[in-house]
Design a protein. Structure first.
Length: 166
């Protein structure tokens, strides 16, 4: 999987320092283990499954256990610093400053590439349509199966993937 963010945050500052400041502003603390987990996710643009993350954390902290990693992931998700992509069961670092609305993730079913798309008008429209249908969005990530540009260029087109855009 590969993460590509549209409208990403300013990359001139250290993302871990920005994350620590973000947590502090919310009255929370980016502890060393949380910082290590976030750092690994930031280094792995493709994201990581929890047990792959645990294996890498164990190289830094031999006493790390699955609950330690899951607690760190839960905290980072709560702080808006990490997203869980349920479709592929991976965790990815958020590369945006804030989320006033749920994140929209385009997940390629062929290669697993994930693009985080920030489009406020689209999300507002989606949330309005969901509410009109009497539903409420119950997660902070909306995942859409969509063929990425690389797979569209190199592979055979899949049924239904060539909708006309007007």
């Amino acid at each position: 999987m590969n993460i590509m963010c549209h409208g990403a945050a300013n990359k001139s500052e250290d993302p871990l320092d920005r994350a620590a400041a973000h947590c502090a502003a919310r009255g929370a603390r980016l502890t060393p283990i949380r910082r290590d987990v976030l750092d690994l996710l930031l280094r792995h643009e493709n994201g990581l499954k929890a047990y792959d993350l645990l294996a890498q954390i164990k190289q830094l902290r031999s006493n790390a256990t699955p609950p330690t990693v899951y607690r760190a992931l839960d905290f980072l998700i709560e702080q808006g610093l990490v997203h869980k992509i349920g479709r592929i069961n991976q965790f990815v670092a958020c590369r945006h400053e804030s989320h006033d609305l749920p994140g929209l993730f385009l997940v390629c079913p062929h290669c697993g590439k994930v693009s985080e798309l920030h489009d406020s008008a689209l999300m507002q429209s989606l949330l309005h349509s969901i509410a009109r249908a009497g539903h409420a969005l119950d997660c902070q990530e909306v995942e859409v199966s969509s063929t990425c540009p690389d797979c569209r260029a190199t592979g055979p087109s899949t049924q239904g993937s060539d909708f006309n855009v007007t």
